[in-house]
Ligand binder design. Sequence first.
Ligand SMILES: [Zn+2]
Length: 191
Amino acid sequence: MTKYFNLDGNLIFESSEGNGWEEWVETEEGTLNCLIGDIKVDKDIDVTILSNLKARTGEPRYKSLAETRKYIESLPKWNKTKYYTKMTDIGSSGLVDSKTGDVIDSGFEYDLQPHLIIKNNNVSKKEQCAICGEQIQSKVPLALFLFDCYAHSVFRPVCDLCGEKYAPILAKMVSTYYDKKNIATEFKIQD
Ligand SMILES: [Zn+2]
């Protein structure tokens, strides 16, 4: 079941498949386009971050912007955080008060860049990449992990492609380590 909330006129949804937000824009022909984005709740600084807006295909649920606004107004208020921020292609909304809609800090920018680290790993198992969800076999004894102090599991493994994309230098260090290790085993070098 999906639950819908109103965050200062923005529609937030929560479902078993994931959470996000929706926004509607009017096209030149006067029809409505639905955009859908990700949300992240940062409890430490009491902010909900609305980001990564993408066009969504599917039937338009509303005929006009006024209709969508009326619907959102009828929803329960999103009260999980005192503040929110919206980060889209146009830029950042700054830090906004969830209740009043007042901009508290116009220069506020949330860091959504994933932080990767090299960490020792003692079990090789099939897992999902923390960023793209791809199935991976984690390497022992060293691997790249996503560090997220707000997630249920602070260190989660990432795949090679995401490593190269978000932390190319660390990814190179890990691959060099395994290349050297392979050469060492091939020639049976003793340490
Ligand atoms: Zn990945």
